[in-house]
Design a protein around this ligand. Structure first.
Ligand code: BGC
Ligand code: ZN
Length: 370
């Protein structure tokens, strides 16, 4: 079977031959891969500064944003059947019996650091013709979302981020956080930093939750990203027209910032515009680099005097995957063209080296195995 892999010890990236996986436990299913998205993490792994092969393997099969169809189920699989479309999560729990998050199916909060991540850390990923996975790590995809479901995993970053923001904002009892079961940002302003896939999906999530949503991004408008943002009723603001520090003049009180740029100087600058009682969600994982200067005194004064909450979030739990599927349905219903435009293009596996190694283009590029 063919797979897209990195071999860090030989500094190699490309298609390799990989054994076809088989069911070993009765709670496992075999999935025929259909789509796998490419993201910054994959590209970074291909520069060999991040990512690790499983122990005993020289290579790591890439891919953590997958969607596929079940072709075989173990005897103890209860809620999935052959023909179902599914999306796998990424993190797998550590083995330490005292790690309460991992023992509670919340390995995204693993306390030992010994978790593994499919396609990233010590566990093969999904950029291959088929994979085997336990039922508990798969989320069912309704047939009508088949073409969009490759966006589920990146969307879970926003879903978990929003859930975390609400958990923090329970400290503000006068704010209505939920309308029924759905989070509501009605009457509040959200600023999204960056208009890559994580930023665009974040903007859609915040907008769907009722926030007045503003996206701050470098490229001048109009461009394909600004068109998506404007078409969902959010506001796209180029940093070339309005610098970050002037954003509150347009936005008003910045109640929530969702960072999706991964560039630390920009991310830390934005702390300065966070409003009173605001919440800041970091999602970016910048590569290690030289220290940057920040106005720490001002920052610390603001965080204290304005009761600000700063949260980091890494995806994601089962609830976030379910929320992502439900939001994909909402996006399809309300903004069909916008959500479809997030997927720039589908490519065959043979194009993997260009996609992973050349300059990034478009919004979300996908390797299609179907
Ligand atoms: C993935 C996460 C993962 C993180 C760090 C991201 O690209 O979406 O699931 O935890 O990288 O490895
Ligand atoms: Zn990713």
């Amino acid at each position: 079977m063919k797979a897209v892999a990195v071999t860090p010890s030989q500094k190699k990236v490309g298609i390799i031959d990989h054994p076809s996986p088989e069911l070993h436990q009765d709670d496992e299913v075999k999935v025929r891969t259909i789509d796998v998205g490419i993201c910054g993490t994959d590209r970074e792994i291909c520069t060999f500064v991040y990512g690790d092969p499983p122990s005993g393997s020289k290579h790591l099969v890439l891919g953590h944003e997958a969607m596929g169809e079940i072709v075989e189920v173990g005897t103890n699989v209860s809620n999935l059947k052959v023909g179902d479309f599914v999306v796998p999560s990424v993190r797998r729990p550590c083995q330490n019996q005292t790690c309460l998050p991992c023992r509670s199916n919340l390995q995204d909060f693993c306390s030992t650091g010994n978790y593994v991540e499919r396609g990233i850390k010590e566990c093969h990923g999904f950029m291959t013709e088929s994979f085997v996975e336990q039922e508990r790590y798969l989320t069912h995809v309704p047939d009508e979302l088949r073409d969009l479901a490759v966006l589920t995993e990146p969307l879970t970053i926003a879903e978990k981020g929003l859930a975390q923001a609400w958990a923090a904002q329970q400290r503000l009892p006068w704010v209505q956080h939920y309308e029924g079961k759905r989070p509501t940002g009605k009457g509040l302003n959200a600023v999204i930093l960056g208009a890559g896939p994580i930023g665009i999906l974040g903007a859609m999530t915040m907008k769907a939750a009722g926030f007045e949503t503003f996206v701050h991004n470098r490229s001048p408008a109009p461009n394909p990203k600004s068109e998506i943002i404007e078409s969902i009723g959010a506001k796209y603001i180029s940093s070339q027209d309005i610098p970050l520090k002037d954003l509150p003049e347009i936005v008003g009180s910045v109640d929530l910032i969702y960072e999706a740029v991964g560039i630390s100087p920009v991310a830390f600058d934005a702390l300065g515009i966070l409003g009173v009682n605001g919440v800041y969600i970091f999602t970016g994982i910048p590569a290690p680099g030289d220290p940057i200067p920040v106005d720490a005194n001002q920052m610390m004064r603001d965080v204290v005097l304005k009761n600000q909450a700063i949260i980091g979030t890494v995806n994601a739990d089962d609830a976030s995957f379910k929320a992502a599927i439900s939001d994909l349905s909402y996006f399809r219903q309300h903004w069909p063209e916008a959500i479809e435009a997030v997927i720039t293009k589908r490519f065959p596996m043979d194009d993997c080296r260009e996609l992973l190694l050349d300059r990034a283009t478009g919004i979300k590029n996908v390797i299609s195995f179907a």
